[in-house]
Design a protein around this ligand. Structure first.
Ligand code: HEC
Length: 166
C-alpha cells in the first residue's frame, strides 16, 4: 500500500490519516495537560496582582539613601561637621520643628550634645510626606531611642504651616 504508484498527490492514504489522528491526539493531550498545569499558578498570580498594594515606606532605606552620607550609618555623625542624631534635644523634641529641618534644611549655627555645628544641611523637600515620616520615625526609634513615631499627617500639617508662613 506504500507503493508510490498508487499514491496520488491529492489523496490522503490510510497511513496518513492514522498519522494525522495520532498527531491530533498528541496535540490534544499536550494542550490539555499544558493548560491544566499553568491554570493554577496563572490564576494565583492574577489574584495576587489585584490584592491591595503594600505602600509602606521603609525608613531605613530612605535614611541610607538621603541622610547616611553625612550623619553616618548609625547616626553618630562627624564631630564638628555633621551633628549626631543620637540626641533627644533635636531629634526627640518637637515633631513639627524636626520635620521643618528636613523640609527646609538648616543653615544657622547650632550646638548638639555640646558640640557646635555651622555647616549647611541641604533641604529635602522633594521627599514625600510618607518618606519623611518614615525616616524621622526611623532615626527617633533607632538613634535617639524615642518611641514616638511621626506620621504622614504630622508631615502634611508642617508642610501646610510652612507654606502659609511664606
Ligand atoms: C549634606 C550633608 C547632610 C545630609 C545629606 C543630611 N544632613 Fe542633617 N544635618 C547636616 C548638617 C551640617 C547639620 C547641622 C546644620 C546647622 O548647623 O545648621 C544637620 C542637622 C540635622 C538635624 C538637627 C541636628 C541633630 O543632629 O539632631 C537633624 C535632625 C538632621 N540633620 C537630620 C537629617 C535627616 C533625617 C537627613 C536625611 C533626610 C539629613 N539630616 C540629611 C548635614 C546633612
Amino acid at each position: 500500500m506504500h507503493d508510490h504508484a498508487y499514491r496520488k498527490k491529492n489523496y490522503i492514504s490510510l497511513q496518513d490519516m492514522r498519522n494525522f489522528l495520532w498527531i491530533g491526539l498528541v496535540c490534544f493531550f499536550l494542550i490539555a495537560c499544558g493548560s491544566g498545569n499553568t491554570d493554577t499558578p496563572a490564576a494565583k498570580s492574577t489574584s495576587r496582582k489585584t490584592a491591595p498594594k503594600e505602600t509602606k515606606v521603609n525608613g531605613e532605606i530612605v535614611y541610607k539613601k538621603h541622610c547616611m552620607e553625612c550623619h553616618q550609618e548609625n547616626g553618630e555623625g562627624v564631630p564638628n561637621i555633621y551633628p549626631t542624631l543620637q540626641n533627644a534635644e533635636w531629634v526627640g523634641a518637637d515633631k513639627d520643628h524636626l520635620i521643618e529641618i528636613i523640609i527646609n534644611g538648616m543653615t544657622k549655627a547650632i550646638v548638639v550634645n555640646g558640640i557646635a555645628y555651622e555647616d549647611e544641611m541641604p533641604k529635602a523637600d522633594y521627599l514625600t510626606n510618607k518618606e519623611i515620616a518614615a525616616v524621622l520615625t526611623y532615626i527617633r526609634t533607632n538613634f535617639a531611642k524615642i518611641n514616638d513615631p511621626i506620621s504622614e499627617v504630622d508631615v502634611a500639617r508642617t508642610r501646610i504651616r510652612l507654606k502659609s508662613k511664606k
